[in-house]
Design a protein around this ligand. Structure first.
Ligand code: NAD
Ligand code: LMR
Length: 338
């Protein structure tokens, strides 16, 4: 390695033996998350039942001889797994199957995130950044944050980047334009069927997406019954068609979430579920998706966007669901001291 390399980053991946873990680790090791100038120390955290498979994954990672990989450790102890971690991808948890809503997983998965939140609080590096992928992602992130009172709240985020990509892809399809011409799409609320994928600030090659769609005869009916419904229910559609929940697209979204958080979005936006600052009427005390811009390792919610009544109602409905999920996990005793 040359002297231009950055300091190594310790990345903890939970659920390392699972499907998304397997689809993420090799790309992280190849530098696709943090760049070709950043060595990584990989920590693979599993439960005892997944340990052997995680060790097999570590063997394959070693066999790739990735120049950026400084070390690979496998453990089933959260304290060891998060020791000195700079980045944590919390993937490990059960996926839903056909006919379930993501919230049906709260009871099964919630306990994982209280234990891991505490371990992050006690063991992670001071600059730890957390991205929760395991469902229901927003509320799991809230559980983890509530058990980590010494870590700044804004370091706990959840993934709505997959929804963001889905929205960009559907808009590209509807307008017949390349995805790289699309800017200003936003996902609001929960990573669930209640989410609000918002096109009202989006542009296609610099032109208003809504004007372009209207010209093509795609109005409010298309927006509500085709676009929003397609994006919001895409996870369930993949489960029904593929026979299992999204894997490679989820791994890609997780990598891009962290990539942009750490390395920046430039002037454009992305969507991340982050602790609400109360803007847009989103209750404080929940982790909700907003459009964000990232610079210097810090995300900032985009403020000052105007919303129609329709948009306001859609955001409020998803926020109401997040408030209910928070109440549900509080009554299950899953929330911590923060
Ligand atoms: P999977 O069943 O293939 O893998 C999950 C892995 O997590 C297993 O290896 C399991 O042993 C491990 N695990 C369970 N509890 C753990 C713990 N306490 N600590 C460490 N590891 C633990 O599932 P998958 O397909 O990889 O999906 C993982 C999660 O990601 C699911 O909850 C799924 O719903 C969610 N997901 C989220 C998004 C998103 O956009 N937010 C997208 C797709 C999937
Ligand atoms: C997705 O959006 O694909 C994931 O959250 C998996 C799921 O349960 O829908």
């Amino acid at each position: 390695m040359t002297h231009t390399m950055k300091h190594p980053v310790t990345v903890t991946v939970t659920g390392a033996a699972g499907q998304i873990g397997y689809a993420s680790l090799f790309r992280i090791a190849a530098g696709e998350m943090l760049g070709a100038d950043t060595p990584v120390r990989l920590r693979l955290l599993e439960i005892p039942a997944g340990l052997k498979a995680a060790e097999g994954t570590a063997m394959e990672l070693a066999d790739c001889a990735f120049p950026l990989v400084e070390s690979i450790d496998v453990t089933d102890d959260p304290n060891t797994g998060f020791e000195g971690a700079n980045l944590a991808l919390l993937i490990g948890s059960r996926p839903r199957t056909k006919g379930m809503e993501r919230a049906d997983l709260l009871e099964a998965n919630g306990g994982i995130f209280s234990v891991q939140g505490r371990a992050i609080n006690d063991r992670a590096a001071d600059d730890i950044k957390v991205a929760v992928v395991g469902n229901p992602a927003n509320t799991n992130a809230l559980i983890a944050a509530s058990h980590a009172p010494d870590v700044p709240l804004e370091r706990f985020t959840a993934l709505t980047r997959l929804d963001h990509h889905r929205a960009v892809a559907q808009l590209a399809l509807a307008t017949g334009s390349p995805v790289d011409q699309i800017e200003g799409v936003a996902i609001w609320g929960n990573h669930s069927a209640s989410q609000y994928p918002d096109l009202f600030h989006a542009t296609v090659a610099g032109r208003s997406a809504v004007d372009l769609l209207t010209q093509q005869g795609l109005g409010q009916d298309w927006l509500e019954n085709t676009f929003i419904s397609k994006v919001a229910n895409r996870g369930a559609e993949v489960i029904s068609v593929r026979g299992g929940s999204s894997v490679a697209s989820a791994a890609h979204a997780a990598l891009m979430h962290v990539h942009d958080w750490v390395l920046g979005t430039g002037e454009s936006w992305t969507s991340m579920a982050v602790p609400s600052d109360g803007s847009y009427g989103v209750a404080e005390g929940i982790i909700s998706s907003f459009p964000v811009r990232c610079t210097g390792g810090v995300y900032e919610i985009i403020h000052g966007l105007e919303h129609s009544d329709f948009s306001q109602k859609r955001i409020a409905a998803s926020v109401a669901e997040l408030v209910e999920e928070k109440q549900a996990v509080a009554s299950l005793g899953l929330l911590g001291p923060r």
